[in-house]
Design a protein around this ligand. Structure first.
Ligand code: HEC
Ligand code: HEC
Ligand code: HEC
Ligand code: HEC
Ligand code: HEC
Ligand code: HEC
Ligand code: HEC
Ligand code: HEC
Ligand code: HEC
Ligand code: HEC
Length: 446
């Protein structure tokens, strides 16, 4: 290219470049400049949607946090719900730390002061409200206040696996249960209740003749549990608005029959961008380590469930490791849990005895639907992620004792090496329950 031509190209390109950036800035991509600091680990994927948290004058909307998190806190019977602090009897405590407001403990955009789970408080803050614990409870005498929540004994919100009466019920369990397995999945969605259909064969596929597709598509579909249940091409590929053929059915197509899975996916880390009408999440946007080759894979139902087989074994492990590439993930294939998973998938062990990534992160949950108990897959991995005792009830105790599970989850090395070896930590809460019970028994005997 000669010099004159180059000058011409530059002269033509500069306004285009400026226009592009101007448009990008009004679309929101540049609003970052007004953000005082990066958002916390939990929110960085949606940080540019200022309006989900902020009022137009940049105050924090009073119900912002509750609008996305209240259900989750209610489900785990939050030990310190806001309502506790609206009680006038707790006014003196609120005067010290205003626990009626989420932002008293979870400030945003302060990466230097933010601990895991978006907490921006010193670790001994329980002291503000519970100075009297050491006097009232002999087992707690002399314990430092920063140990309440760091020792594995208590959480501020979710204590479902740590309550005294829960521990009391599970005192003498062995580390390894006799018949370790997770429940079977059962799917009795609304759809199959209302639509008794016979299994479909290859020749019954109902794609219009104008649509071309490979025989692989038809073959995989005909072997899937969709064909077994009579779910045909148009059930997914027909637009609900226009009735025309959709080339790439999105989450809305799946949601008509799989409401629970779609909803929990949208609440999860994986689905949180789609829930805000942002572009689908990709590994390129992650802060966690990911495979470079997967940078532009988009998160949707089919990033784990291969179309058109929609088979779940691939989704439970191979899919995860195709994107994730941190130490914990890489270590998994050295673990005994992985050996159990291989045995199950090769048919050498009973269904439900293997431990895949999904066994822990997307657990099978019992629900009540139409008056019946069904077991479905919870697609919000964050519901059982942090604090990690959340994993005890839905996952570990199917196969392990509670004491062993608490200890294993408190051991940072086991988290890194994906549970290879026995726990080297010991959380004393169970011992305290035993101590208390024997003291009570001794007093009764007197
Ligand atoms: C997930 C919720 C959330 C999102 C998304 C979010 N913020 Fe914030 N922001 C907060 C919270 C919480 C505070 C702290 C308020 C406090 O300290 O009382 C805050 C504080 C601020 C402040 C005030 C800082 C100060 O020191 O007073 C500004 C300015 C701000 N945010 C701008 C933004 C902008 C711009 C965006 C979008 C690019 C954004 N925020 C996105 C939750 C959010
Ligand atoms: C638009 C919905 C939305 C709003 C508004 C929102 N969050 Fe979140 N928040 C999420 C999602 C989605 C995640 C990531 C998944 C998860 O951890 O549940 C998350 C993560 C978190 C986490 C971290 C959990 C972890 O494991 O690291 C905390 C703490 C949190 N939010 C508190 C708040 C507080 C406090 C506010 C109000 C200032 C708020 N959120 C506003 C959706 C929201
Ligand atoms: C007195 C401090 C305090 C207040 C007030 C508070 N949190 Fe938390 N929050 C914490 C701490 C500490 C954690 C870390 C885990 C734990 O101890 O439960 C946490 C963890 C979380 C998590 C991570 C997941 C979980 O289940 O623990 C979410 C989500 C969350 N808080 C949301 C909120 C929301 C929404 C509000 C307001 C309704 C709120 N928090 C008010 C201290 C607080
Ligand atoms: C802002 C004040 C405040 C803070 C901070 C606080 N608590 Fe509480 N906590 C309360 C109130 C109020 C109750 C209700 C019972 C009472 O009056 O003691 C309560 C009850 C409890 C209970 C009884 C369980 C239940 O569900 O009834 C436990 C256990 C507990 N807190 C532990 C903690 C721990 C551990 C911390 C620190 C991680 C903490 N609290 C921080 C105010 C607070
Ligand atoms: C359970 C829902 C579902 C059923 C049933 C289904 N598909 Fe699909 N199909 C999808 C999804 C989802 C995609 C998009 C995948 C993507 O986004 O990459 C897709 C993609 C396609 C594509 C375009 C991409 C490609 O792989 O060539 C064709 C053509 C297609 N399907 C044909 C069919 C035919 C023919 C049938 C019936 C034999 C069928 N589909 C049954 C969900 C379904
Ligand atoms: C018309 C209703 C319908 C639609 C639309 C639909 N499914 Fe299904 N799906 C079913 C039924 C019925 C089953 C069979 C359940 C069983 O075997 O018990 C099923 C089973 C599944 C399974 C379990 C497969 C297995 O082998 O265990 C997955 C995964 C799945 N669907 C994903 C999807 C995804 C992703 C979409 C959207 C692309 C979708 N489905 C769309 C009705 C539907
Ligand atoms: C992160 C990977 C991942 C994504 C994304 C994902 N799934 Fe799943 N899904 C799984 C795994 C793994 C299983 C099987 C777990 C098991 O067997 O315990 C599963 C099981 C299912 C099942 C079986 C029925 C049941 O028991 O719940 C359905 C239906 C399903 N998924 C639908 C969906 C839909 C719809 C979407 C999109 C909204 C989706 N999945 C997105 C990993 C994923
Ligand atoms: C298409 C790529 C992709 C697939 C497939 C995938 N993930 Fe993810 N995953 C991500 C991305 C991107 C994030 C967000 C990371 C971030 O924001 O730093 C994420 C987040 C997570 C988190 C939350 C981490 C946190 O700190 O909140 C967990 C847990 C997780 N994935 C587990 C799994 C499991 C288990 C599977 C398989 C069943 C799986 N993922 C499949 C890309 C993927
Ligand atoms: C035996 C249960 C178990 C298995 C199996 C398991 N994980 Fe985890 N994983 C955990 C626990 C517990 C944590 C929470 C660590 C913590 O306290 O932050 C975790 C954390 C994670 C995180 C978040 C890391 C971060 O820094 O935020 C990702 C991503 C993840 N696991 C992916 C995977 C993948 C992918 C697999 C399969 C290759 C897998 N895990 C297998 C239990 C398990
Ligand atoms: C489906 C059953 C099952 C589930 C769920 C399960 N495990 Fe295991 N786990 C086992 C079995 C069986 C072994 C023993 C394997 C062996 O010795 O060959 C084991 C072994 C272990 C070990 C010892 C590993 C070693 O190298 O000796 C640890 C630690 C462990 N599990 C922790 C956990 C934690 C923590 C959870 C929950 C997050 C969990 N497991 C969930 C079945 C399970």
């Amino acid at each position: 290219m000669n010099r004159k031509k180059l000058q011409w190209v530059l002269a033509a390109a500069t306004p285009l470049w400026l226009t592009f950036h101007f448009l990008a800035s009004i679309k929101g991509e540049k609003r970052n400049a007004f953000m005082p600091g990066d958002a916390s680990h939990g929110h960085h994927q949606i940080e540019l949607q200022c309006s989900v948290c902020h009022t137009p004058d940049m105050g924090v909307k009073h119900d912002a946090c509750a609008s996305c998190h209240q259900d989750e806190l209610d489900r785990v019977a939050d030990s310190h719900p806001i309502t506790k602090f609206l009680d006038p009897r707790n006014a003196d405590r609120v005067a010290i730390l205003d626990a009626r407001k989420c932002v008293s403990c979870h400030v945003e955009h302060q990466p230097d002061q933010t601990a895991p789970m978006g907490v921006t408080l010193p670790t001994d803050y329980c002291y503000f409200c519970h100075q009297d614990v050491a006097d009232e409870r002999p087992t707690h005498e002399g314990l430092p206040f920063d140990s309440c929540s760091t020792s594995g004994c208590h959480n501020f919100h979710d204590n479902t696996a740590l309550y005294e009466d829960f521990l009391e019920k599970h005192l003498d369990e062995p580390a390894f249960k006799l018949s370790p397995h997770v429940p079977q999945r059962q799917y009795y969605g609304k759809w199959s209740k209302e639509n008794e259909r016979a299994p479909l064969g290859l020749s019954e596929r109902d794609a219009p003749s104008s649509v071309s597709y490979s025989q692989d598509v038809a073959f995989e579909w005909s072997n899937s549990s969709h064909a077994q249940a009579g779910v045909n091409c148009l059930d997914c590929h027909q637009s609900q608005d226009t009735g025309t053929w959709l080339d790439k059915p999105g989450i809305a197509s799946c949601q008509t029959c799989h409401d629970y899975e779609a909803e929990t996916f949208l609440q999860s880390r994986h689905g949180m961008r789609l829930a805000q009408n942002l572009s689908p999440m990709t590994p390129a946007q992650a802060r966690l380590p990911m495979h470079a080759g997967a940078a532009h894979k988009e998160l949707s139902c089919v990033s784990c469930h291969d179309d058109h087989s929609f088979e779940t074994k691939f989704a439970a492990m191979d899919a995860c490791v195709s994107c994730h590439d941190d130490q914990h993930t890489r270590a998994y294939k050295e673990s005994k849990h992985f050996q159990l998973w291989v045995a199950e998938t090769q048919g050498q062990a009973e269904p439900g005895t293997g431990v895949s990534c999904a066994t822990c992160h997307l657990p099978r949950i019992e629900l009540t639907e139409f008056g019946e108990t069904v077991t479905k897959v919870l697609h919000n991995q964050n519901d059982v992620l942090r604090p990690n005792e959340k994993m005890i009830r839905p996952v570990c105790i199917q196969c392990h004792g509670v004491g062993f599970s608490i200890d294993a989850l408190a051991d940072p090395l086991l988290l890194k090496n994906n549970f290879q070896g026995m726990p080297n930590e010991h959380v004393e809460s169970i011992d305290m329950v035993i101590e208390k019970l024997s003291r009570v028994a001794a007093e009764r005997a007197k």
